[in-house]
Structures are given as structure tokens and as C-alpha cells.
Write a protein of this length. Structure first.
Lengths: 432, 442
């Protein structure tokens, strides 16, 4: 081969490699902080559909609310869709309704997430709208009153649910009284009624600040181009920053057994485990597996042995530097609750005494894997799951990461954590 | 010199095709079986959540009975044991492999969608092929499924709007048409193993079924797991569908104080030509924030309607349902409803309505297509496997002109009927105008 040809081949190969690496790097996740205001930006490209998901994560949720003002974050949640300097009331929402998008919020103790899923062609408009409301809301007395009404009607609907009532009782027991932890995140009607314009303004200024916020975007975007766009829209916003939030301790664990009155005719038996926050993805997934172990065992036994009027709920709550696993059994038949509590105790014994079969373990792992993968196919569910993990670890949860981490967990990991965390622990709450 | 120019041109073309064309066309692989079964496989690199969709082009209209339920029980009891798998082991395969199974049975087809981690797809396919090729149909399992369906029907009676939707064909077309089969508890009681086997042998057939697989597993491995060749070959006989006639306005007596008003109608079936026209028409009526019905009823302080649309090959059913508070008088509400129908005759859709409906329709479709199997089945198939772009769908929708919408509107208005439900007081108010039913009839 001639020398000139060799050079050309070398040149094209190099050009091809540079192009490939460049294109590949633009499909990678991208993170940066806007220096002028401290907003953290995470870009997670996803090319399977021309659909984008945009979310704003504010650290500091309902747990920061002052005493007797429980529900103020919920009121601000509604105000976030109302007036700003350049937007009329509800204009923000109408834009998303008109483009057939999905808009929603997720309020927890530790954070509040505002998210939208929309066709990616509207990304510029969405960036403008979001920077507009991050720049600052412009609300008056009438707006606050309207937001209060909306928050109260939401609470009334949520409080009518039997599980809400049960969890309220459990939280009241384990927290030892009237504090943030004992109140549901959406607040109390009597407190919301007393909230005035100044309360809202002060709280909004203090907690909805830019250095507490993160932007998480997913969609068919070139990371670098989108990063430039986000920077140009959001770097102009300058608002006073405050020191990072510090979580205070709410849980007042003094007893291990609480006896409560039945809720109407519903009897409950609950065991609550208060654990340290998971530090790694592996630990996080093991916690989720522990909860799955309880729910799958209860599901199987309740379906088989206790078909009528009995039910259960298992959930994990990550808050206040703790992970709390709730296992709840409830029924209108007192005897059935009494009988079924042994299912819970047996599951616990099986876990700590290493008696779970290989097949059951495989089922647990695959069920959790399937649940997470199911959530990750929807942009909104994915953003919610990412926000949850982000609030615990300050890291992004990527599909590839959880997939491989979960598959690496073995039965011994589960036993070890169960022995470390659950053995001889758990607060019992039962109806007399 | 000439050689190097040729080489450069070749490389540019190669790079261009690699980065642009290759990304926009998705090519499936086909597996054909001698018994007529077809499998379409999309090998999507790095897909961790696989989807398997089995569509059987046979539904409740193909059963020999005047009531619904046989197809539904036949398919649900199918996964309760087969050759090589006891009833418990099928359940175990699904559980241990993290399979989320969704079974939908309608009048024309049965659709089974499985979502599962990619690494487990082979185990699942083996079990699925055994269930379809050689099901055992244990009587005990059939009875469990019958009880579940009966329980479901009884719980639907509590929500009258659901009951009407479930039996929409019956109300819209009246008795005697395969598309008007209602549910009936006594009929479900009578279904036995014999009837189910007969339905399976005549309808759940390989030549009547098609499978779509989305996964990242090597195609050869997928092919090896597809053991459908044992599925017995048999021709499928289609029944003749008589012409469609409009049913009567009816009243359903309930114990509930609340009155519901359902405006039901039928529209033409869906073809490739009018694929999105019918959906778009119903979206224009009540599918988005600024739609005609939403604005009309909100402005007058009246209850807002809920929409239902079900499309088939031969017919589509459309419903607008309202729930009235105690403060509304039925007759005055019916007058308002008539005025709303009259308003549709005047200028529908306006230019603003048309443009707004297009953008919101696209957004809603995109949200729906996040379930990858829906995107591949619905859009990609239609667009010859070229990847979705925002403006593609817009151009498709722009092909639906105002005259097409008006044609559908006339069809809708001409065939619309009213189904009102309420207690005895409401019945007295509407005496003499309606055919009477009670919830126990379904």
C-alpha cells in the first residue's frame, strides 16, 4: 500500500473515533452546578421517544414546617402553579394542558418535586416557564386563600382513606405526640386555616431557595446542548441563598409496644422498624428487598388463609436521617388480626434465621427488579424514583446501576442486613 | 488519486448512513411456524425490560353464546396448568421471573402482555408456549376464574357508569348482534370445561395469533425458546356480522340517589385509512382542556362529562357520561344536553379547537407510548418502522379534514342514544319515555 493511502486511512479512522466518542459522550448523563445561584443540574438523556421529563427538586419538604403551620408547604405547592412576574394565574398549567402533557407534584417530609412530562419539541418553552417560576412567585391574599382551599379539599379526600387514618395513628404513637412526624405531609386543616399571606411569604423565601434546588431532566437531548440552554435560562436568576437545611430529630422512641383504640371497627397490628438511612445503592436495594419480603409473605398468606375483610400494607419511608419500614395488618375482624400477626412474626423469624428458599429469594429479586424497570419506562415515575434516591444519597439512580447492583445481591446479604437491622427490633402497635 | 476520492466518498456515505438512517428505521425479525403462527421480534440493544405481546384475533363475538364471558374465562384458565407445568408451577414461573401479566379480552380479540426483566424471557416463553399449545383446563381452576369474573361483575354493579361501559354494545345496538353481547351471571355459572375446550379448539389457534417480542436477547436464543410448533393447526371460521342498528333510550333502576346520564353512540370501525381520525374526533369533543364539551358544560356550571372510546375493526363505541348532583333536575339537564348536541352541528371544530386538539392529542399519544409495546404495536407498525418524530404525527392528523370530522359527527349524532340511571324518583320523572332495566339484568 502506498504511504499516502496509509495516512488517509489513519486520518479517517481517527476522525471516525473522535466523532464516535464525541457522539457517545453527548448521550451520557451530565451534571453541573450553576455558579451564580447554586442550582444543581442533572441531565439524563433517553432517546427511545421524543418525550421529555423535567423536574425541579427542592430539598426541605413538610418536615421543615413550623409548629401550628402544618400544611404550609402544601399551600405553596398550589401557589407554584399560580401567578409570577410574567405569568397570569394558571397560565403555567394551561400551557401544559394544551400540549397534552402530564404535570404533577410529589410532596414528602424531606423534599418537594415538581415535574412535567411533555413532547420534547417544547423544551425551550418549558425551560422559560420553569425559570419564570423559579425567579419568584407573585402571590396576593386572594391567591393564598385559593391555594388554602385547594389544599384543604385535598386533605379531606386523603384523610377519608382508611390507610391514612391507620398511618396517622401509628405515626402519632411512635413519634410521641404533636410534632412534624406525627402530621401527614399534606398538613392539618385547622393549621392551614390560620395561615396568612406573611406566613407564606416568609416560609417561601426561607425554604424555596435556589441553592436548595436541583433540576433533573430526561429526554432525547444532546447533554451538552441542553446544558448550555439550561445555563442560559437559569444562570440569570439571582436570589439570596441560605445555609443548607439541617434535619432535626422527630422520633421519640421510648416504648416498643403501643396499644391503641380501633379505628371505627377496624383493628390493626403493625410492626415498625426504624433503621439508619442506606448509604449505598446496594443497601438501598436491600432495604427495598426487606420490605418486599414482608409484603410477599403477607400477600401469599392473606390470600390463602384470610380471604375476607383482611388486608395489609408495607411501605418504606425515608426521612429525618432514617428509613422506616412499616408493616401493617388490618381487618374488621379482631380475631383475624390476632391470627395474622403471627404471619408477620414468622416472616421475621425466617429472615433472621436464614430460612428463605432459593426460589423465594429469586422471586423477591425479580419482583423488585420488575417493579423498578416498570417505573423506569415512564418518565414521571422515573423522575419520582430518582428524586427519592437523590434525597437519601445525593446521587442519581440510573437504570443500569440498579439493574446490575440488584443482580449482585445474594441471599447472605439479605440475611446479614436482616440480622443487623431487624433482629430484636421493631415497635409494635396494636389495637386493644 | 481516483482511488482515494472513491474511498473518501465511500467513507462519507458510510458514516452518514451509520448515524442518520440507521437510527430512524427499526427492522424486525420474523419467525414463521408451519402451523401458521407468526412471531415478530425487535432486537433492541440494551433493553433491560422486555415485552411480549400475544394477540389472538378472536374474542367474545366468536363464541356460540348470546352472553359474554366464555373467551375471558378460557384465556384466564389457560395459564393454570399445561403439559410439563402444573397449575402451581405456571404461577411459580411467572413469580420467580418477575413477570407482570396483563390479559385483556374484548369482543374482537384477546391480548396478553407480559413485561419482565430481559434475562428471564427464555423461561417465560417456554412456559407460555406450553400453556398455549397444551393447556389442561382443570375444572377447579375454571371455577376459580368463574368466581373471580362473577365477583368483578358484582362489584361493577356498584358503579353504574362502569356497568354501562362494560355493556355498551348491548345498549347502543340492542339485542341480537354479536357486538351487543352483555355479561350475565347465570350464563357464567353454566360455563363448564366442555364449553371452554370447544372455544379453545375453535378460536385460540396458531393461525389466529401473532406475537410481538421486544428484547435485547440474541434472536437465535429467542427462536429456540419458542416451542409453539406443538400448537395444533386448524382453520379459523369467521362469523358473519349483521348490519348495525341503533338501540333504544333506556333507564336503569338503581338504589343510588345519584342520577347518571350517558350519551352513547357508535361510529365506524378503525381501518388504516382512518386510524387516528376517530380518536381525534372524540378528542375534539371531550379529550382536552379546551374541548367543546369541557368548555360548554363548565361555562354553564354543569357536571363535566367523562369520555369512553372503544374501537374495533367493524364498529367503534363512544360514550359521554355525566353524574348529576341532587341540585340538577334531569329534564332540564337533558335539555342542556340537546342544546350541546345542537351546538356541535353549527361550527365544529373551529380553527382554534382544531389546532389545540392536534397539539394536545400528540402529547397524550406520546405519554401513552411510553409503554414501549404500545409504541411498537401501534405507531411503528403503521409507519413502516420509521421512528417517531413529533411532526410526523402532526401531518397524519392534519390529513383529517373538517369534512371527515363532520362525517363522523353526523354518524355520532344519528346513532346516539341516552341511558339514564337513578332511583325510583328519577324513574317517575322520566316515565313513559324509556325502556327499563335493573342492575340485576347484567
Amino acid at each position: 500500500m502506498k504511504k499516502t493511502h496509509k495516512k488517509k486511512i489513519l486520518f479517517f479512522t481517527l476522525a471516525f473515533l473522535i466523532l464516535y466518542i464525541n457522539l457517545y459522550s453527548q448521550n451520557e448523563t451530565y451534571f453541573f452546578t450553576i455558579p451564580s445561584n447554586g442550582i444543581k443540574v442533572h441531565i439524563l438523556p433517553d432517546y427511545n421517544l421524543p418525550l421529555a421529563g423535567f423536574s425541579i427538586f427542592y430539598k426541605g419538604g413538610a418536615s421543615e414546617e413550623p409548629k401550628n403551620k402544618r400544611g404550609i408547604t402544601n399551600v405553596i405547592k398550589y401557589l407554584m402553579f399560580m401567578r409570577t412576574e410574567n405569568l397570569a394565574s394558571d397560565e403555567f398549567l394551561f400551557f401544559f394542558f394544551n400540549i397534552g402533557a402530564k404535570v404533577d407534584t410529589q410532596l414528602t417530609e424531606d423534599y418537594i418535586l415538581f415535574y412535567e412530562v411533555f413532547p420534547a419539541v417544547y423544551v425551550n418553552s418549558v425551560l422559560w416557564l420553569e425559570q419564570e417560576r423559579m425567579r419568584g412567585l407573585k402571590f396576593g391574599i386572594s391567591d393564598v386563600e385559593r391555594a388554602k382551599k385547594l389544599a384543604i379539599s385535598e386533605i379531606k379526600i386523603k384523610n377519608s382513606d382508611i390507610l391514612s387514618k391507620i398511618y396517622k395513628k401509628i405515626d402519632l404513637s411512635i413519634s410521641g405526640g404533636n410534632n412534624q412526624f406525627a402530621t401527614p405531609v399534606w398538613g392539618r386543616v385547622e393549621d392551614i386555616r390560620t395561615i396568612n399571606l406573611d406566613d407564606v411569604k416568609n416560609y417561601y423565601r426561607k425554604y424555596f431557595t435556589l441553592n436548595q434546588s436541583s433540576i433533573i431532566v430526561t429526554g432525547p437531548f444532546n447533554s451538552k446542548t441542553l446544558a448550555k440552554k439550561i445555563f442560559s435560562y437559569f444562570s440569570k436568576i439571582r436570589k439570596p441563598s441560605i445555609k443548607p437545611l439541617s434535619n432535626s430529630l422527630f422520633l421519640n422512641k421510648t416504648k416498643v409496644l403501643f396499644q391503641i383504640k380501633p379505628i371505627g371497627k377496624t383493628y390493626i397490628y403493625s410492626k415498625v422498624f426504624i433503621l439508619p438511612l442506606p448509604k449505598t445503592l446496594k443497601e438501598y436495594l436491600i432495604y427495598e428487598l426487606l420490605a418486599k419480603t414482608f409484603s410477599s409473605s403477607l400477600k401469599g398468606d392473606i390470600m390463602k388463609k384470610l380471604p375476607a375483610s383482611s388486608n395489609f400494607d408495607v411501605r418504606i419511608r425515608y426521612t429525618d436521617n432514617k428509613a422506616i419500614i412499616y408493616t401493617v395488618l388490618y381487618s374488621k375482624n379482631k380475631l383475624k388480626v390476632f391470627k395474622s400477626k403471627y404471619i408477620l412474626e414468622n416472616t421475621l423469624k425466617e429472615l433472621v434465621s436464614k430460612r428463605i428458599s432459593d426460589e423465594s429469594f429469586k422471586t423477591l429479586v425479580n419482583t423488585l427488579l420488575s417493579n423498578l424497570l416498570w417505573k423506569f419506562q415512564y418518565r414521571d415515575e422515573r423522575l419520582k424514583e430518582i428524586a427519592k434516591y437523590y434525597s437519601i444519597t445525593n446521587k442519581m439512580l440510573l437504570k443500569e446501576q440498579f439493574y446490575y447492583s440488584l443482580l449482585r445481591i445474594n441471599k447472605l446479604d439479605l440475611y446479614r442486613e436482616a440480622n443487623n437491622l431487624l433482629k430484636n427490633r421493631g415497635i409494635k402497635i396494636e389495637t386493644k | 488519486m481516483r482511488q482515494s476520492k472513491f474511498f473518501t466518498a465511500f467513507l462519507i456515505i458510510f458514516l452518514f448512513s451509520f448515524f442518520s438512517l440507521g437510527k430512524n428505521i427499526i427492522r424486525p425479525k420474523y419467525f414463521y411456524f408451519t402451523n401458521g403462527f407468526r412471531v415478530k421480534y425487535f432486537n433492541i440493544s440494551d433493553l433491560k425490560y422486555s415485552k411480549v405481546v400475544l394477540t389472538i384475533s378472536s374474542g367474545e363475538i366468536d363464541s356460540d353464546y348470546t352472553f359474554r364471558g366464555l373467551a375471558e374465562i378460557s384465556i384466564r384458565a389457560l395459564f393454570k396448568g399445561s403439559k410439563g407445568y402444573s397449575s402451581n408451577s405456571v404461577k411459580k414461573v411467572f413469580l420467580t421471573n418477575g413477570v407482570m401479566l396483563d390479559i385483556k379480552v374484548d369482543l374482537e380479540k384477546i391480548e396478553i402482555t407480559a413485561s419482565l426483566p430481559t434475562k428471564n424471557i427464555e423461561n417465560f416463553l417456554r412456559c407460555l408456549s406450553s400453556s398455549l399449545s397444551a393447556p389442561y383446563y382443570y375444572s377447579k381452576e375454571i371455577n376459580i376464574e368463574k368466581d373471580k369474573l362473577k365477583e368483578q361483575i358484582l362489584s361493577e354493579r356498584k358503579n353504574i357508569k362502569n356497568l354501562i361501559i362494560k355493556n355498551i354494545g348491548f345498549f347502543v345496538l340492542g339485542k341480537g348482534n354479536p357486538y351487543s353481547k352483555p355479561y350475565n351471571l347465570h350464563f357464567i355459572d353454566k360455563i363448564g370445561r366442555k364449553e371452554i375446550r370447544k372455544y379453545y379448539e375453535n378460536n385460540i389457534l396458531p393461525s389466529n395469533a401473532e406475537m410481538l417480542i421486544l428484547s435485547s436477547i440474541n434472536p437465535n436464543k429467542i427462536k429456540d425458546s419458542l416451542k409453539f410448533f406443538k400448537w395444533r393447526k386448524k382453520p379459523v371460521f369467521r362469523k358473519n356480522i349483521p348490519s348495525f342498528k341503533r338501540g333504544d333510550n333506556s333507564f336503569i333502576e338503581t338504589k343510588n340517589k345519584k342520577v347518571t346520564v350517558s350519551l352513547l353512540s357508535f361510529l365506524p370501525g378503525v381501518t388504516n385509512e382512518n386510524r387516528y381520525a376517530i380518536e381525534f374526533f372524540t378528542h375534539l369533543i371531550n379529550g382536552y382542556f379546551g374541548s367543546r364539551a369541557n368548555i360548554y358544560f363548565a361555562e354553564r356550571g354543569l357536571p363535566l362529562p367523562e369520555t369512553y372510546l372503544k374501537t374495533y375493526q367493524n364498529i367503534s363505541f363512544f360514550a359521554l357520561q355525566f353524574e348529576l348532583n341532587d341540585s340538577f333536575k334531569i329534564k332540564s339537564f337533558l335539555n342542556e344536553l340537546q342544546k350541546f348536541k345542537d351546538s356541535l352541528k353549527k361550527d365544529f371544530p373551529t380553527k382554534i379547537e382544531y389546532n389545540d386538539a392536534i397539539t394536545s392529542f400528540i402529547g397524550k399519544k406520546f405519554l401513552l407510548w411510553q409503554s414501549l409495546e404500545k409504541y411498537y404495536k401501534e405507531y411503528l407498525f403503521f409507519k413502516n418502522y420509521s421512528k417517531l418524530k413529533f411532526f410526523d404525527l402532526k401531518y397524519i392528523l392534519l390529513k383529517t379534514k373538517k369534512k371527515d370530522i363532520n362525517k363522523l359527527l353526523n354518524f355520532f349524532l344519528k346513532n346516539s342514544i341516552l341511558i339514564i340511571s337513578g332511583n325510583e324518583k328519577a324513574k317517575r320523572e322520566l316515565k313513559g319515555f324509556y325502556r327499563l332495566y335493573s342492575t340485576d339484568d347484567f
